[in-house]
Ligand binder design. Sequence first.
Ligand SMILES: Nc1ncnc2c1ncn2[C@@H]1O[C@H](COP(=O)(O)OP(=O)(O)OP(=O)(O)O)[C@@H](O)[C@H]1O
Length: 767
Amino acid sequence: MSSHHVTFGDDPFPQAEAGPSTSSYPSAGPSIHPDRLALNATLLETKKPKNKSEAQKNREKKKLKKRRKLEQAKKAAAPKTNKREWKPDPVLEALKRSTGVESIDSTESVKDERKKKKKEKQQEAEEDEADETSDGDEQLDGESEKEKRRREKREKREKRERKEKRRLEREARDNAAALEDGETHVGQEETDGDVQMEQDNLPEQQQVEYDDEGGSADEDDDARQSSPEPLEAFPLPRSAPAPAPEVLARQGLPTGLEDAEFIDQSLRLALDELQAPVKTASGEVKEMKGLSERMKEKLRETGVEDLFAVQAAILPQLLSLRLNPFPYDKLHDYLISAPTGSGKTLAYAIPIIEILQTRITTRLRALIVLPTRDLVVQVRETLEVLAKGTGLNIGSVTGQHSFTQEQSQLVADMETPLLGGSSKLDILIATPGRLMDHLASTPNFTLQHLRFLIIDEADRLLNQSFQNWLSQVLSYINPPDPPRPLPEGFNLQPWDKVASAWMEGMGLVSREEEWNESVPVTCQKFLFSATLTRDPSKVASLSLTSPKYYIVQSSQLPSIPYNIGETFSFPSTLSEKMLILPSALKPLNLIHLIYSTEFGINSGLIFTKSVESSQRLLNLLTFFNDAYINAGRKVVVSGYTGEMKAGERRRVLSDFGEGKINLLVCSDLIARGMDLPTVSNVISYDVPLDMRKYVHRVGRTARAGREGTAWTLVEKQEALHFKGMMNTAGHLKAIRKVKVKEDDLADYRESYEIAMRRLKEHYGRDA
Ligand SMILES: Nc1ncnc2c1ncn2[C@@H]1O[C@H](COP(=O)(O)OP(=O)(O)OP(=O)(O)O)[C@@H](O)[C@H]1O
């Protein structure tokens, strides 16, 4: 008969298969606990055959064979003194200790288990017998009946094997847990309840299977007691769920910049209503501080009655700042994104002047960095108007004047080494390149007393390297930093408030008694732009302290707190239009915009892609103006490019402001920051290459709450790129498409052809 049957003498604890511990005893065979061997012996003795039929005799023979095999196994498994010492099963021992029972054999659970196993085997033997007796019948009933029984038997066997496998797996798991517990909870009683709890902890599916199989907690418990030490089970490797894109984008961003505070662009605050709370060390509001009467007067003189949104939002926080902050004062750095022409200059100029005017000695306390000379001139003019009567000294370095001229403006003494420098200025406005030159080569010029660092048009400046200007400036503000190279023989110790430990470390001077002196950083940084970035890689270089982030925009627009990239703010008074046209018709369409009664653009800026293109277009428009006899009015056009001398540019701007010039054809030089109140139209003759350029170009109109229109001439082949760019910025819907019929251009054709001929003559045959 089948040799798969489990009969008497089979080891009910098949350790060799189940326990990984066998691998540690390869030559001596599996380690069998003596309690188990005793149990096997008992099982063998109690099994006796009842009948002596032929079949039974055969079975007895088989059993005898197996018994012999088992005895051989016992011998092999018995502890061998010359090889390895028998070690008690740690789980069994822990259980013995916890229950106080010396022999596990004597526990009820083990006895029950044995009885159960015995019963199972008896049943199996009886089944076998029945199979054998029915063999003859099977032949009569045909092959199918026999096969059915065999299949049933096979299934039963497989089920048993599955059950056994699961039991062994559970055993291994539980043993691992029991081993750990055995160390710490030896004294705890392991009751049926505990076992049930363990079962409860199994995954649901496993629990169901366990119940279905009819296994008991006791059986499980016994198996656990006698099982060998298992290998530690490691969880299978699993890939972690991918973080959300917005979470990734915020990686490395200072906490304060994670969420922006949105300010409605239409917010206004009367000058008299501005109140800034002055707080005590405990945070209580001591008093409210408003604008000084002198400042209000100056503002009214320049036409400012109310504060614009950006000013109303941040002035209440800045006005109460102290010139020399107390140690408990919480100082923040600020990132402010506000539309073009929304009054960002006054947002920093007012508090700087209000705070610095209380100073006693002149020291360089405010540094304003701007990307172009023209902007430096413009901001200096604004500051000078507001600071009139305060005694504050304002200067600028741009490279427009000679280096020595600028040096004499910056420092009073360049001969004597002075620890605290010798600044002649309270406020300095500079372009980054020239600032670097003075930091490197102007004796007694120092940034150690800076209270405010303003970076206007910050996105542009952060993208400019200029001898690594930003990190250089920061290192001159915040010691420790490497001492700068000084002119030969000039033995200057440039710091008068740096940490003495650092001073000594640099071999500058020994001031041991001041070693414990801490140097609080009191310089606050302010970054302004209409296209400000929160890109962590850029922001990181600023070493911001408790930064705050404000976005001024129309309340109609959705707040996008997760937008980590650039924010583009537009004035609410701006209307935007685009003409999509064949490139050959671009000049005629521009002429139509200028000369037609429908559009009649008589004041504005025309942007081209380069200085060269500006000059070409300027010539064409000049020649056309000369040739166009139906105009009824003449249009005065002039150029404004970086190639022009500073004086010439100033004169052009002044004429434009006075209305002597109607149109300025310019390169992107003027696109940023320039405040020309008379600009009612901006025409992008060549499409801007990126969104940032577009924002700054169109921002030359619709400033300070005035109405303005921006036009973009888009060649057909550029339309996809331009529209895509606008769409990405969520701005496409704001731009209205305008169509000009070819018939409308007919009126200009003759004069245009004359102008083109003259242009060709001007540039030679290939023009
Ligand atoms: N509260 C105010 N009331 C009236 N006019 C104001 C006020 N604040 C600023 N202005 C005027 O608004 C104009 C634009 O201001 P400013 O040049 O500071 O704008 P901006 O935000 O710096 O623009 P850009 O981003 O283009 O540099 C200036 O002419 C300024 O005098």
